[in-house]
Design a protein around this ligand. Structure first.
Ligand SMILES: *[C@@H]1O[C@H](CO)[C@@H](O)[C@H](O)[C@H]1NC(C)=O
Ligand SMILES: *[C@@H]1O[C@H](CO)[C@@H](O)[C@H](O)[C@H]1NC(C)=O
Ligand SMILES: *[C@@H]1O[C@H](CO)[C@@H](O)[C@H](O)[C@H]1NC(C)=O
Length: 320
């Protein structure tokens, strides 16, 4: 038997007094659709992973994803909504019965007929249109030439106006008078823009080359490839594991408080973390236990906890 006393430690309760709660990513080993993953992250953490820069992307890729090698959802999606050319989402809609009848609205633009009803038409068709004063929505300017939808939009813009927007039935009645002879373009479209699920400025992208390609016409959610960190667009009902982000796991709701002005204030909390560590250190010597403490602190720091005190209980372990 070696002279050094072999001590096996099973640490069953480490008390972590944490006062710092950094942002961290979590890999969730559950196969869910994008919407389900979104709900899960909001409930259990903060939200699906938001990636603002290359450091974020690298931090996320350093997380163990054992058992999963394909793709994982991140908090980026495009959920196209009917939007007017002035950027306002449409609240008033006056579709012809059976319209809009096409899912792939990218290739279709909106026209109005003499009855004041709207429908989709091929954007490259040339039609008359009306431009509208930016302030006085009742002020309409009839086009002199028929144009494609995009050209019509540009033409109005060049004269400091908008391709007509229709916020209510009054403006709709006015515009339909211009469509008595033939259908005309209105400034409504469903642009495919990618949004992060959390508000705020974030223009960072890390698409794989050739992506997003909307290859089957319904790819509106983004996933990260676990092997290289690049993003692809995927059908939102596909099933993948996912990344959430949020505060460290052992410091959820009870230790986060909101003050009167709605800001998060952090409150220290005593938490038991279960870790199993075996060490062949002679615990009789203070230097050894100090060394073990340093190792534990380093291990916890990699999990994002840096401001804490440790205490532990020593329990004997059966020899194998
Ligand atoms: C992402 O980067 C920002 C800016 O550097 C940083 O504040 C944030 O904590 C990072 N988020 C995560 C989850 O690492
Ligand atoms: C998730 O789906 C993948 C691919 O279909 C499958 O190999 C894996 O076993 C599933 N994992 C879980 C935890 O359901
Ligand atoms: C729209 O019209 C153009 C020109 O005629 C044609 O090439 C294109 O395929 C049409 N698009 C759709 C979606 O029908």
């Amino acid at each position: 038997m070696d002279k050094t006393l072999l001590v096996m430690l099973l640490l069953s309760g480490i008390y972590v007094h944490s006062t710092s709660f950094p942002n961290v990513y979590y890999f969730i080993k559950k196969n869910l659709t994008w919407d389900e993953a979104d709900k899960y992250c909001i409930k259990e953490h903060t939200a699906l992973a938001q990636i603002q820069n290359m450091e974020n992307a690298t931090a996320m890729m350093n997380i163990q994803t054992a058992g999963f090698t394909d793709k994982a959802w991140i908090g980026l999606s495009n959920t196209p909504v009917w939007t007017w050319v002035d950027g306002e989402p449409a609240t008033y809609l006056k579709w012809e019965i059976d319209q809009p009848d096409n899912i792939d609205t990218d290739e279709y633009c909106v026209k109005i007929n003499g009855a004041g009803r709207w429908g989709l038409a091929n954007c490259s068709l040339k039609k008359p249109f009306v431009c509208q004063d930016e302030v006085d929505l009742d002020k309409l300017y009839e086009s002199t030439r028929d144009m494609t939808w995009n050209d019509a939009k540009t033409s109005c813009k060049e004269s400091g106006r908008f391709l007509v927007t229709i916020p209510d039935p009054q403006v709709n009645s006015k515009v339909k008078l211009n469509a008595q002879k033939t259908e005309i373009w209105i400034g409504l479209s469903k642009p495919k823009l990618w949004y992060w699920s959390e508000p705020g400025e974030n223009h960072f992208t890390n698409w794989k080359e050739g992506q997003p390609d909307n290859s089957n016409g319904e790819e509106s959610c983004a996933a990260v490839a676990l092997k290289d960190g690049t993003w692809t667009d995927e059908p939102c009902n596909a099933i993948y594991p996912f990344f959430c982000y949020g505060d460290v796991t052992w410091c959820k709701e009870p230790c986060v408080k909101w003050n009167k002005s709605g800001n998060r204030v952090l409150k220290a909390r005593k938490t038991v973390v279960r870790v199993r560590i075996t060490s062949s250190a002679n615990m009789k010597y203070p230097t050894c236990s100090a060394d073990l403490q340093r190792q534990l602190e380093a291990a916890l720091a990699t999990k994002g906890v840096t401001d804490f005190q440790l205490t532990w209980k020593k329990r004997p372990v059966k020899r194998t």
